[in-house]
Design a protein around this ligand. Structure first.
Ligand SMILES: [Zn+2]
Length: 167
């Protein structure tokens, strides 16, 4: 199953995560968000288990039924889940909060297909890129914080004689 172009849903069997009572509470609270990324799971059943979880090992066990695979990498690890839950708690569970491990992977791949200096672009390509950039929160830098736009010429300094052909 494909959740989006880059996120694939993978079904798992016998996958268990050891989580703290607090994390189990957060997995319950943010279930909708987690499921929208492809994680589905069964939490320890009794709600009273949260109080006694410290003493019983089994009460910490979360059964994971599915996890997302992004660009070929499966995100079924406990550490990544704990990190995401901590992040969700910090930002109050908004959908803008991405799983940090997935975010890092996307960042690392983000610029591989970037347009480089000297690449030839058609007018259509240019218009498409500018229009897509206008949809970005931070159009002037890439995912790594490097500049994505560079001034080549100050149009106001060009004499009218050498007028550019209109786009
Ligand atoms: Zn970059």
């Amino acid at each position: 199953m494909l959740l989006s172009r880059n996120v694939e849903l993978v079904y798992l069997s016998d996958c268990v995560m050891d989580m703290s009572s607090r994390e189990i509470h957060l997995m319950d609270l943010y279930r909708g968000e987690l499921e929208s990324w492809g994680w589905s799971y069964t939490l320890p059943s009794s709600s009273s288990s949260f109080a006694t979880a410290r003493t019983t090992e089994d009460k910490h066990r979360v059964e994971l039924h599915s996890a997302p695979r992004v660009l070929g990498k499966l995100f079924d690890d406990e550490r990544g889940m704990k990190e995401y839950l901590a992040e969700m708690e910090k930002c109050g569970g908004t959908s803008r909060c991405r799983p940090p491990a997935i975010h890092r992977l996307l960042q690392s791949r983000a610029c591989r297909g970037a347009v480089m200096f000297g690449d030839a672009l058609s007018k259509t390509d240019c218009k498409h890129i500018i229009s897509k950039l206008s949809e970005c929160d931070t159009p002037f830098s890439c995912a790594h914080g490097r500049p994505s736009i560079y001034p080549l010429v100050d149009l106001s300094k060009i004499p009218p004689k050498g007028k550019f052909e209109e786009f």
